[in-house]
Design a protein around this ligand. Structure first.
Ligand SMILES: C[S@@+](CC[C@H](N)C(=O)[O-])C[C@H]1O[C@@H](n2cnc3c(N)ncnc32)[C@H](O)[C@@H]1O
Length: 272
């Protein structure tokens, strides 16, 4: 299953929704409600929106000003963006899908990302220089932003296996391969973003949004294990080691004993 396919996004959505840091969701929504007091239309720009996971998670906090909101979905996958039409019709919302490559220098010159920006499950793909560009741009235009579900490198696999450390080390290396934005931040993303946003002068709030997966999430766990197997194999870890590791993990899964904690971080930035 590709990491950007609609199937994968649908599979991960319940875990993402449960994991999101509710305090930061509410604080961000409070900023939006405040904008709605003084502006007839308030734009929320969702970078790498995919099939609209951020909107679905934030909407319950924004019902009272829903009619004033105009959502702009930016993504380079037209198939994912097509779902915005369904959401717009079903929820009676204003959503503009914008097919674009976020990794072109002109992106920040051609779009006015005010007054609010959001994004989720995206920043492990980008490079340090892209985050620096984003931070400088957002401070310049004075936008508030909520960036949710960025992996931060923490994990716990239960029951433990002797090969966990080497497999996850190889997975981390794979996460830092180029995903179209230069060397990817991978699990360094959250720490780098926090440092960068502080450095340029934002007020930065952070909160954990860890995936806590148990037998209710067996299909998601299975996809993760398979994905980690393939990533580690690509990074040169021995196939026999990986076969032993995968067999152990899948056996624990079939006995409903497998649990996975995957560390994520949510980040709220405010220019004031
Ligand atoms: C893991 S998905 C997250 C989607 C959504 N934000 C969510 O939380 O479900 C990453 C998204 O980044 C988009 N993406 C990756 N590279 C991109 C690029 N260069 N320009 C625009 N979108 C990109 C993919 O199409 C995909 O929708």
């Amino acid at each position: 299953m590709s990491s950007f396919s609609e199937e994968w996004l649908r599979l991960r959505f319940p875990a993402d929704k449960k994991a999101r840091n509710k305090r930061l969701d509410k604080l961000f929504s409070r900023h939006i409600l405040r904008f709605c007091e003084t502006q007839s239309t308030v734009r929320i720009h969702d970078l790498a929106a995919g099939s609209g996971a951020s909107l679905k998670a934030l909407l319950p906090h924004l019902v009272q000003c829903q009619e004033q909101l105009s959502w702009c979905f930016y993504d380079n996958d037209p198939k994912l963006l097509a779902v915005s039409k369904e959401i717009a019709q079903r929820e009676a919302l204003s959503i503009s899908p914008i097919i674009c490559d976020l990794n072109i220098p002109e992106f920040f010159q051609t779009h006015s990302l005010v007054p609010a920006v959001t994004s989720s499950a995206f920043f492990d793909l980008v490079s340090e220089s892209w985050i620096e560009l984003l931070a400088t741009y957002l401070l310049g235009v004075g936008s508030t932003a909520l960036f949710s579900l960025t992996i931060d490198g923490r994990y716990e696999l239960s029951p433990p296996h002797a090969f966990d450390t080497q497999v996850m080390f190889a997975v981390r290396q794979h996460q830092q391969k180029n995903k179209g934005f230069g060397p990817a931040l991978g699990c360094e993303a959250a720490a780098f973003m926090i440092e960068c946003f502080n450095k340029v002068g934002f007020t930065v709030l952070t909160g954990q949004s860890d995936w806590l997966l148990d037998y209710h999430d067996n299909q998601l766990q299975q996809e993760l294990i398979q994905g980690w197997y393939s990533a580690a194999l690509q990074m040169g870890l021995g196939e026999s080691t990986l076969e032993v590791w995968r067999a152990f993990r899948l056996a624990a899964l079939s006995k409903q004993e497998s649990k996975i904690m995957l560390g994520h971080c949510d980040i709220l930035i405010n220019p004031n």
